[in-house]
Design a binder for this molecule. Structure first.
Ligand code: 5AD
Ligand code: SF4
Length: 440
């Protein structure tokens, strides 16, 4: 008698991680596993971890402690992702019931690693670090969203920002060829998707290994595939942000009018300490290109407050940045020291209370800016892609090309399909969303 192989996968972290999980799921299904909804029914439990901030390692070990109770029933456990890469074999010491530890740079070896786990091996590892040149491309990707398809075009990171674990957890930068990206994009469109999001830790640092296309040319080529309606890309690094990217958004209508361009700080001295390789003025110059585009391109950013040594005046420079740029959304974080990073040896003397205060002040100010920006949309018509429904409020939830959430009502008795497009007139605005009515 053969017992059925089942797995349960839990995922944390960024979109890259979520998309890695889609590829891991596809690979497991290809190996004869069936995905189940909870730990109890699974013969293999996988935990895809993130270590970007806070006490991520501790959280992972706490979660593994919960899993320990399930161990008796003969289940297998795997820790994947950034904490797996960062902690490596230490995970086996602290959680001996774990049989597989693998970082993302080793996922192409998953079938082989799984076979070893199934054969009863206890300490299987995939800890390829910055030496590897391999990317994880698989036709078996099990896309979890019915409307937005992700494609990783570049893995790893070579930037080494002083605060960041990613270069240590995801290995060195490896770009896929434009031919392989385009082939995947065409396949996805044939499957019925209309929105593609190109992913990379520094997506615009992508370089065609065959030298055929620049990043902007790749954007154009994806945007011109018949059947594509929306193309997004995340996350851009200011250092590699070219004017050509804005030109291509101007000339290819399917490229969404949204750029996520993390600034991290408004102070040139702090940017230098962070090893960001640009100054405040250099960043603002790129913003001026984006603002000069034919369409209004929405701008979003990431900001870290309380980086070691950030003075109150330098924090004010970041506040001024909000005013100067007028972002559509800001993801703000309190600096948290991460293992292996250069900033770890800098004196982190700003108290948690002061970091929290700076973050509150920043987000409060940004809230008001977003309120003022969004009011300008009242009365405008926009195309919205339907993502879901709020049945209690009788609203349909969708996103504009600028990635703004639009909650709208319709007089139609037929609910629109998730993934379909609707024309909506904006009737109201909040800091984080717009409200509207379908134009039938
Ligand atoms: N502390 C706080 N925020 C961080 N980020 C990355 N590393 C840290 C850290 N050590 C933030 C950055 C990055 C986003 C994904 O997370 O703003 O752009
Ligand atoms: Fe988290 Fe960074 Fe790893 Fe993404 S790459 S999962 S954000 S640590």
């Amino acid at each position: 008698m053969t017992t059925e192989k089942t797995f349960y996968l839990e995922t944390f972290g960024c979109q890259m991680n979520a998309h890695d999980s889609e590829k891991v799921i596809g690979t497991l299904v290809g190996e004869g596993y069936r995905q189940v909804e909870n730990e109890v029914d699974a013969s293999l439990i996988l935990y895809n971890t993130c270590s970007i901030r806070d006490k991520a390692e501790q959280k992972v070990f706490n979660r593994l402690n919960d899993y320990k109770k399930l161990y008796k029933s003969g289940k297998r456990f795997a820790v994947l992702g950034c904490v797996a890469q960062q902690e490596g074999e230490k995970i086996f010491e602290r959680a001996p019931y774990v049989s597989l530890v693998s970082g993302s740079a080793s996922y192409r070896k998953l079938p082989e690693m799984l076979a070893r786990v199934e054969a009863g091996e206890n300490r299987v590892t995939g800890l390829d670090d910055r030496q590897t040149d391999e990317t994880f491309e698989t036709e078996l990707t099990s896309r979890q969203s019915p409307f937005r398809a992700y494609i990783t075009i570049i893995e790893g990171c070579d930037k080494f920002c002083a605060y960041c674990v990613v270069p240590y957890t995801r290995g060195k930068e490896r770009s896929r060829t434009s031919e392989s990206v385009l082939e995947e994009a065409r396949r996805i469109i044939d499957q019925g998707y209309t929105e593609i999001q190109l992913l990379g830790q520094n997506v615009n640092s992508w370089k065609d290994p065959e030298g055929k296309r620049s990043f902007a040319e790749l954007l154009a080529a994806v945007g011109e595939i018949a059947g594509v309606r929306r193309v997004r890309f995340m996350t851009s690094h200011p250092r590699d942000f070219t004017r050509e990217i804005v030109d291509v958004i101007d000339s290819v209508p399917t490229l969404c009018d949204h750029v996520h361009l993390p600034v991290q700080s408004g102070s040139t001295r702090i940017l230098n300490q962070m090893n960001r390789e640009y100054t405040r003025d250099w960043y603002l110059e790129r913003i001026s290109w984006i603002k000069a585009a034919k369409r209004r391109i929405a701008l979003t950013t990431d900001i870290i407050v309380g980086f070691p040594g950030e003075t109150p005046e330098e924090f004010i420079e970041t506040m001024d940045m909000l005013h100067d740029v007028q972002y559509d959304a800001v993801f703000g974080f309190k600096y948290s020291p991460r293992p292996n990073t250069p900033a770890l040896v800098m004196i982190d003397s700003i108290s948690e209370e002061e970091k929290a205060r700076r973050l509150d002040v920043l987000l409060e100010r940004q809230h008001e800016i977003q309120r003022a920006i969004n009011i300008n949309y009242i009365g405008q018509e926009m195309e919205v892609m339907v993502e879901g429904f709020n049945t209690t409020r009788n609203q349909i939830m969708g996103r504009s090309s600028q990635y703004k959430t639009v909650n709208y009502t319709t007089s139609s008795l037929i609910a629109p399909a998730v993934g379909s497009y609707a024309r909506v007139r904006v009737t109201g605005a909040h800091p984080n969303s717009l409200v509207g009515e379908a134009i039938l």
